[in-house]
Design a protein around this ligand. Structure first.
Ligand code: AMP
Ligand code: MN
Ligand code: MN
Ligand code: MN
Length: 296
């Protein structure tokens, strides 16, 4: 049974609709998919509708990816198996969306001073009513010829310290864990190796996340090598966290896709093993007494 517990739709910065995302997940042999858009639950209801109407052979985990501020870093916490009808969570995420809007306005002001005038309207059109993210700015900057690759746009305009970067006051990491638990979910530290933290800071992050009540960290994603997975798993064990896995799919690229590279060795304890009531379970192995007997 293949789990992919981190993905995006066009309700944040993914390119696909929920229905198209589910169709691709099925094509890619994913059995359990979590939709985890940035600070929004908007993709979940249409995904449930598509599954019911088309009787799709896939189980959906209700998720969200919350942006948090931790020291000067932006750390992403994935909430899995949250209750999407939880009004408190909805209100809390609405406050994050307000911060996204305010940041987008400020980003546009700053970019105007760097020869990229009037981009707010174009960016809001690209976001199309969903969460407005730096990815939308990146797409716009590419469309107007400011860079030829996403990596290039981030490097030159949108990364920390660059012209379009606006430091944000997201919710704190500790509060985000609380928000997820209050909504019945499991808190997962997203892509721990993607924050460019040195060993000392990464250890501090894992320690403080665990101390805040965090449950798991992503140990497998598309591009991690076996050695990197072992390193993250070692930190998980040190701080009592279990493992999650997810592609962080936004759109098909040469290096990432739904379900790709999501292998964990058998000794690694997973989030679905740790919280069996919250996740679909792989079919249990055939009991020995049920196994076909050899004729004697
Ligand atoms: P935001 O949450 O608005 O700050 O946007 C962050 C999003 O930008 C991430 O979820 C990624 O999808 C995307 N992103 C961040 N850094 C890069 C990068 N170097 N190249 C491409 N996409 C990036
Ligand atoms: Mn994203
Ligand atoms: Mn992320
Ligand atoms: Mn993500």
């Amino acid at each position: 049974m293949k789990f992919d517990l981190h993905s995006h739709t066009f309700f944040s910065d993914g390119m696909l609709s929920p229905a198209d995302l589910l169709a691709r997940a099925i094509e890619r042999k994913v059995d359990v998919l979590a939709i985890t858009d940035h600070d929004t639950l908007l993709g979940l209801a249409p995904a449930h509708t598509a599954i019911a109407e088309q009787q799709l052979p896939l189980q959906l985990v209700n998720g969200v990816e919350i942006s948090t501020s931790w020291y000067e870093f932006e750390i992403h916490i994935v909430g899995l198996a949250i209750n999407p009808a939880d009004t408190q969570l909805q209100q809390r995420l609405a406050s994050q969306q307000e911060r996204r809007l305010e940041r987008a306005r400020e980003m546009a002001r700053r970019l105007t001073k760097h020869n990229v005038p009037d981009c707010l309207e174009a960016v809001m059109t690209l976001a199309n009513g969903g969460a407005v993210t730096r990815t939308h700015f990146a797409r716009h900057l590419m469309q107007i010829g400011k860079a030829s690759s996403m990596a290039g746009v981030f490097k030159h305009y949108l990364a920390r310290g660059k012209a379009g970067y606006v430091p944000n006051n997201w919710v704190s990491l500790m509060e985000a864990v609380q928000w997820i638990h209050d909504a019945g979910g499991v808190a997962v530290l997203a892509h721990p190796l993607r924050y460019n933290l040195n060993g000392k800071w990464l250890t501090k992050l894992m320690r403080e996340f665990a101390a805040a009540g965090g449950d798991a960290a992503e140990v497998a994603s598309c591009q991690l090598t076996p050695v990197q997975k072992r390193d993250v798993w070692a930190l998980c064990q040190q701080f009592g966290l279990v493992a999650s896995q997810g592609s962080d799919f936004h759109q098909p690229t040469d290096w990432s896709d739904l379900g790709r590279g999501l292998y964990l060795t058998d000794d690694i304890r997973t989030v679905w093993q740790q919280f069996p009531a919250l996740f679909p379970q792989p079919e249990s192995p055939v009991e020995s007494s049920d196994k076909p007997q050899l004729c004697s």
